[in-house]
Design a protein around this ligand. Structure first.
Ligand SMILES: [Zn+2]
Length: 283
């Protein structure tokens, strides 16, 4: 079997570019590398709003070609095993804490609460979540990988849905404004270096009264504070944004949405959190 090139060595040949804070747009030129920087990747705390993010991110084509997320996941799992066998073991042994509440997915709540109409899964993969939308929705996806987009398109064909094979920005712009009544961003926003621009575009594409479900790793979790850099939410460099509930609230404000966050889906004991951004009906 061919060895997976670990990104820890790959970063030397990965081209990056500098970005501002995706929440408040501060340049942070003077920000010192934070304590979670490693393997040549810098993680900083925004000097203005405190958001934790990677200022230097791989350019998108590099991400697609050299840093496929599946490879990243494998490399990260191996890194953890080698570096911290006890922490890894504990992590596996304490998985029960993830199941304190029945796992509720964003799509379940969109099925309950979003108005009927066209529904979007941004970064839809092979279309598994798209098929979970109730019959009262028409499922549409955006996916950058050719193979996955083709599989998703085949999956939703029977429901009059569609899948655009493109980057998120181009994919969103393939749809009319004020179109979607529901949108799903599941394990998506932590990857997108243009998070704020994407949310601004998505706001335009949502129908008034439309609801967006956002699930991301919870940087404010107790587990992150306890295990530090071994927290499961750290994936460098493919997780470029580290959200707290407060920062998701700021992002909603900056992009026109109103955030709804229930205590039960944003528990500090959960490594992930689920919130909803609403486009007001009067908008
Ligand atoms: Zn900021």
């Amino acid at each position: 079997m061919e060895a997976v090139t670990a990104p820890v060595r790959a970063q030397e040949r990965i081209r990056t570019h500098r970005r501002s804070c995706p929440i408040c747009e501060s340049g942070n030129r003077d920000a010192a590398p934070g304590r979670y920087s490693r393997d040549g990747w810098t993680v900083i705390d925004c000097l203005t709003c405190g958001f934790v993010y990677l200022p230097d991110v791989p350019i998108t084509t590099e991400l697609v070609e050299n840093l496929a997320w599946e490879k990243q996941f494998e490399a990260e799992t191996n890194r953890r095993k080698q570096k911290q066998p006890i922490v890894q073991w504990l992590d596996q042994k304490t998985r029960w804490r993830l199941h304190t509440f029945k796992r509720i997915e964003g799509v379940d709540i969109l099925n309950e609460r979003a108005p009927s109409g066209p529904a979007l899964d941004l970064g839809c993969g092979s279309g598994g979540q798209l098929l979970k939308f109730d019959e009262r929705f028409t499922p549409h996806g955006v996916e950058i990988s050719k193979g996955l987009a083709a599989a998703a398109a085949a999956a939703v064909a029977g429901r009059n849905g569609s899948v655009v094979q493109a980057s998120s920005a181009d994919g969103l712009n393939a749809f009319p404004d004020r179109f979607f009544t529901a949108a799903l961003l599941r394990s998506y926003l932590e990857h997108d270096w243009q998070a704020r621009d994407i949310m601004t575009t998505l706001y335009k594409k949502m129908a008034p009264g439309g609801l967006v479900a956002i699930k991301v790793p919870n940087y404010g979790s107790v587990n992150r504070m306890v295990v530090g850099s071994n927290w499961c939410g750290f994936r460098l460099p493919d997780h470029v944004n580290y959200f707290t509930k407060r920062h998701l609230g700021l992002l909603a404000q900056q992009t026109g949405f109103t955030m709804q966050a229930s205590w039960r889906h944003t528990l500090p004991t959960d490594d992930n959190m689920l919130v909803f951004f609403e486009k007001q009906a009067a908008a």
